[in-house]
Write a protein that binds this ligand. Sequence first.
Ligand code: AMP
Length: 229
Amino acid sequence: MNIVFIGAQGSGKGTQAEMLAPALGGCHIASGDLFREAQNKHTPLGLQVKAYMERGELVPDELTVAMVLERIEQPDCIDGVLLDGFPRTLTQAQKLDIDLQHFKRSIDKVVYLDVSREELLRRLSSRYICQEHQHVYNIVTHPPKVAGICDIDGSELYQRADDTGAAVQKRLDIFFHETIHLLDYYKDQQKLIVVDGNQNIEQVYADILHVLKRDNEDVKVTLPTSATS
Ligand code: AMP
């Protein structure tokens, strides 16, 4: 299956996509992670996008689309993709549809995680990610076992500069003024699923699986232990 996750920063779409990827057998592509990786490696793309990211602005469509489509076409994504943070504009969504058509693929479902702005700000103020692989923690609701250290790879946790101050407000404004219009685009295609993202991680996960299975009998899911306990 090819699935798009739409949600504001802090809605939990990255966490859900990461949990669902092994369960559905697809690859998880987070455009923000790809950009941060490019920056950490000081690639030409990383340098090009740095200023946009620091200001909390969207990177131009052309750069974003080229980067994500290149990743989608890799062999490990043949069986399916879970797109997290892409598309964020109508142009990106249209280019994605056209590109997938070339490979006789299409987006099957679009999951919108609906979370109030108040809750998003609360979550973002306590969100930390790890240096090495960008695993996400929340020091209030999902803290690491050892303070400041990633449970999975042992690297240090840090708070993203664009999760605080003016940048975070700008990112939420862009989401609620621009990205939100994608809901109509996918609703018209009858692909949209709306899930209450204000609930805890396990409940949101269960809701997503429930709807995916209800709408598509072919969905084969291997439940991770965290979802069954
Ligand atoms: P994220 O980690 O998804 O919040 O993304 C971090 C930053 O990367 C965003 O604030 C943008 O500057 C950039 N970015 C990520 N995905 C996109 C996208 N689909 N379109 C444009 N810019 C993006």
